[in-house]
Design a protein around this ligand. Structure first.
Ligand SMILES: *Cc1c(COP(=O)(O)O)cnc(C)c1O
Ligand code: SF4
Length: 342
């Protein structure tokens, strides 16, 4: 047996590389801009202590230096524009607080129960509709989790459980395994889905242990990753996703349509092509939720229709994501196309 190094006995003994990467974040605007060779911008703020700048260094490394318009930078840099409050933009645009009757559970759509596994995320995306959600206060205890599982068990129609957040992959494997064990024990549930941005932001998160966990469950597993621009999908991301594909996990992607980041037909078609090249199918293109602080990302309705038409024209049908918006009381995500009323 090899003697343990003193370090391995220290407090980081059980930390995995992805957990270190999750801690190794930039949280200061000036530091971020300096890393990119940019002058401190008058427009940048560190504001909103409830949702501060947070970006892992591995993601910063994919940003172009000396480019204030970099599409990755724009997703994370807090701007003074966030302070502009506009009518229609609210703190809970999807009325999730009302749908969240049991802490940890969102059951809005037929057949699918969504679990809010954690409020933590690897990265803070400025457009996020959950940025104002009081997760910490609503983080379920073990006993509350058992109420969630009772709710699912009692509803025969629920065949799919979605792990979401925050970012469900921000929690340690043993916690994920515990959740999967509970879900597996509910007979009518046949599918498990994970919605996570970590495979893109911190690809080391896809460990062999995680892949094995998803391959070994009786549930049919899928993963919906979240990338908004092809530049996010470097070779590390591509390599991390391969074992999931080999294990038969269906890989999909969701994107948020963001002014100044991906609101051009070339950008969106390059994203779809890149996704397919790394084994992921485009699933949803979400129109921005009207969340306070994100109005500067909104894309006008005519432009949305133009983008959709351009993608249909230039891509195979299976590479055109479904354009949807989420409405508080609708029974599914709502398809967006000309003539459809929101
Ligand atoms: C988006 C979402 C789902 C999943 O919807 P799909 O159309 O099946 O991808 C389920 N529950 C909630 C609360 C959601 O917001
Ligand atoms: S990772 Fe997802 S939940 Fe977290 S801030 Fe980004 S968009 Fe929101």
């Amino acid at each position: 047996m090899i003697a343990r190094s003193p370090d391995a006995q220290g407090k980081n003994a059980h930390r995995e590389p992805w957990q270190m990467a999750l801690q190794d974040v930039v949280s200061d605007s000036d530091e971020l801009l300096a890393l990119l060779g940019l002058a401190p911008a008058a427009l940048a703020i560190d504001g909103d202590p409830a949702f501060p700048l947070r970006v892992p260094r591995a993601f910063v490394a994919r940003m172009r230096r000396h480019d204030p318009d970099d599409p990755l930078l724009k997703q994370v840099l807090p701007l003074t524009a966030e302070r502009t409050l506009l009518p229609g933009f609210s703190h809970d645009p999807l009325a999730e607080l009302a749908a969240n009757k049991l802490p940890g559970l969102l059951h809005k759509y037929h057949g699918r129960a969504l679990l809010i596994v954690t409020g933590h995320c690897g990265i803070h995306c400025r457009y996020c509709f959950r940025r104002h959600f009081p997760y910490a206060a609503r983080q379920p205890s073990r006993q509350q989790w058992s109420q969630v599982f009772d709710h699912i068990r009692r509803d025969d129609s629920i065949s799919e459980v979605i792990l979401s957040g925050g970012d469900p992959l921000a929690v340690p494997d043993r916690q994920l395994q515990w959740l999967i064990d509970q879900i597996e024990a509910i007979p009518q549930v046949s599918r498990l889905r994970i919605h996570s941005r970590l495979p893109v932001v911190i690809p080391q998160r896809i460990t062999a242990a995680l892949v094995a966990m998803l391959a070994d469950t009786r549930l049919q597993a899928s993963m919906v990753i979240h990338a908004n621009h092809a530049q996010e999908l470097d070779e590390d991301v591509a390599a991390a996703l391969q074992p999931l594909r080999r294990a038969g996990i269906v890989l999909l992607n969701q994107t948020v349509l963001l002014a100044g980041v991906n609101d051009q037909a070339e950008t969106l078609s390059a994203l779809s092509e890149r996704l397919f090249a790394i084994g992921v199918l485009p699933y949803y293109l979400h129109l921005l939720d009207q969340v306070a602080g994100a109005a500067h990302f909104e894309v006008s309705e005519p432009l949305v229709h133009g983008l959709r038409a351009a993608l249909l024209e230039r891509l195979p049908g299976y590479l055109v994501p479904r354009f949807v918006r989420e409405l508080p009381h609708a029974r599914s995500k709502v398809p967006v196309f000309p003539g459809a009323s929101p």
